[in-house]
Design a protein around this ligand. Structure first.
Ligand SMILES: NC(=O)c1ccc[n+]([C@@H]2O[C@H](COP(=O)([O-])OP(=O)(O)OC[C@H]3O[C@@H](n4cnc5c(N)ncnc54)[C@H](OP(=O)(O)O)[C@@H]3O)[C@@H](O)[C@H]2O)c1
Length: 252
């Protein structure tokens, strides 16, 4: 594939490494400011002959970039988080433009195995009211959005499957959480690529599930595989749709 990298920050750099390792071509590295980028925006000229765009940019840029993909007929993978309140607009852009676009808060295969474990743990604990459930995530000090998109994906899986916890609370609590509230906290600092923990806790014991990314490689590799997967497809897909194919099971 001939791929445009949109957003040449930490993830963009890692995507470039994976693309080259898998024998793909990098058509252009697009970023409004990053040193090393070779274009400030995706133009018609660059898009000619591009098979896919892989985007890890900032939330404010996502819809505008999607309009460009739709206009130029370029399929895309969007790893940027923090824009999911605008999913309806994204769906219209993708459908009207007749392109294929995969988006997701976490493209690593390991994270999706973790999602399936969280779904199973939630279901198993349901009959036992003595087990409370909560979570937290830790990310590097440069991360601009909070909570992480992955934390929101995990919280959605828990509230969809849990008998009592139906409301996600992510801000600092100056009160006890209500019985229906799932508290999911965020911590920022250091160089942590991403840690997500879910705790099932009773008076007698604790079950702790943690996914800890060792580096950005797993997420970049998943994004490149998603770009390969979306070739020739039309419509808006979640990362789970493509990983479902890889894992061969239904999304949690
Ligand atoms: N889905 C996943 O698997 C996954 C994994 C890791 C991270 N993420 C998400 O991906 C995003 C990027 O993460 P990161 O760690 O790579 O952040 P980062 O290092 O800050 O990189 C973002 C880059 O995008 C650039 N950018 C801003 N506006 C743009 C535009 N209009 N067009 C193109 N590029 C633009 C930024 O440039 P300036 O700095 O000059 O503004 C920056 O270089 C975040 O939302 C993060 O949460 C997702």
């Amino acid at each position: 594939m001939n791929v445009a990298i949109v957003g040449y920050g930490g993830m963009g750099l890692e995507v470039e490494r994976v693309l080259r390792a898998r024998g793909h071509e990098v058509a252009a590295r697009i970023d409004p400011a990053a040193p090393g980028a070779d274009a400030r925006s995706l133009t018609e000229e660059i898009a000619r002959g591009v098979d896919a765009a892989i985007e890890f940019s900032l939330a404010d840029a996502v819809l505008e970039n999607a309009r460009v993909y739709a206009r130029l007929g370029v399929n895309a993978v969007v790893g940027t988080t923090g824009w999911y309140g605008k999913l309806d607009q994204m769906k219209s852009i993708v459908t009207d433009g007749g392109i294929g676009l995969v988006y997701g808060s976490n493209f690593s295969i390991g994270a999706h195995i973790f999602f399936a474990l969280v779904a199973a743990a939630t279901e198993l604990s349901n009959p036992f009211a003595e087990y409370d459930i909560l979570g937290w995530e830790v990310h590097h000090k440069r991360k601009k959005d909070s909570p992480s998109g992955t934390a929101l994906s995990i919280a959605k899986i828990i509230t969809a499957g849990h008998a009592r916890k139906k409301k996600v609370v992510t801000e600092k609590l100056d009160r006890a959480p209500g019985p229906e509230e799932l508290h999911f906290a965020s911590v920022r600092g250091g160089d942590v690529p991403g840690i997500h923990t879910v705790l099932l806790d009773s008076a007698f014991d604790t079950i702790e599930l943690t996914h800890s990314a060792r580096n950005r490689g797993g997420m970049a590799a998943g994004a490149v595989r998603a770009a390969e997967w979306v070739q020739g497809k039309k419509g808006l897909f979640e990362a789970a749709d493509f990983i479902q194919d890889v894992l061969g099971r239904k999304k949690p």
